[in-house]
Design a binder for this molecule. Structure first.
Ligand code: HEC
Length: 127
């Protein structure tokens, strides 16, 4: 391989790496601020705390959607048949009705993927 070819290959590898890491770039510290400002009025985030207007989000990453016992979910959330991942939470926070059509979360969405990724990264630390 020529020297230029090598450099190009290395540069391409680096940018692919950056692209694949882009999701993990959600910043948990910024996400906590966002959570406290926007989500905390409706959601607790500590272990064993009960529901507010929405279910407790402690441990939500890895939990089946609509599965906190005793919480009165919408029919749409109850039958949402997936497990919350960071990606899924970020997409839901960004645009709730697109991810779970008909759900009853009274929040219109962040419409900002950076904020959404950050808050998902924060929720992923709660376990
Ligand atoms: C005004 C109140 C309100 C706000 C603000 C709010 N939520 Fe919710 N959230 C709810 C309600 C109510 C539900 C249950 C929706 C349903 O049953 O359809 C819910 C559901 C959820 C769920 C699904 C939980 C599960 O157990 O399946 C996640 C995840 C979630 N919210 C994250 C967030 C995040 C993150 C924020 C901040 C960006 C936020 N919510 C802001 C009220 C709120």
């Amino acid at each position: 391989m020529t020297r230029i070819g090598m450099i190009t290959a290395v540069a391409m590898g680096a940018s692919l790496f950056v692209a694949s890491q882009a999701f993990a770039a959600g910043n948990a510290a910024a996400g906590k601020k966002f959570f406290d400002g926007v989500c905390a009025m409706c959601h607790n985030d500590t272990k064993g705390a009960g529901a507010k207007i929405g279910p407790n989000l402690f441990g939500v990453i890895g939990r089946k959607a609509g599965s906190v016992a005793g919480f009165d979910y919408s029919p749409a959330m109850k039958k949402a048949n997936f497990v919350w991942t960071e990606e899924k939470v970020a997409a839901y926070v960004n645009n709730p009705q697109q991810v779970v059509p008909g759900n009853r979360m009274p929040y219109g969405g962040a419409h900002n993927m950076q904020n959404a990724n950050d808050v998902a990264a924060y929720l992923a630390t709660l376990k």
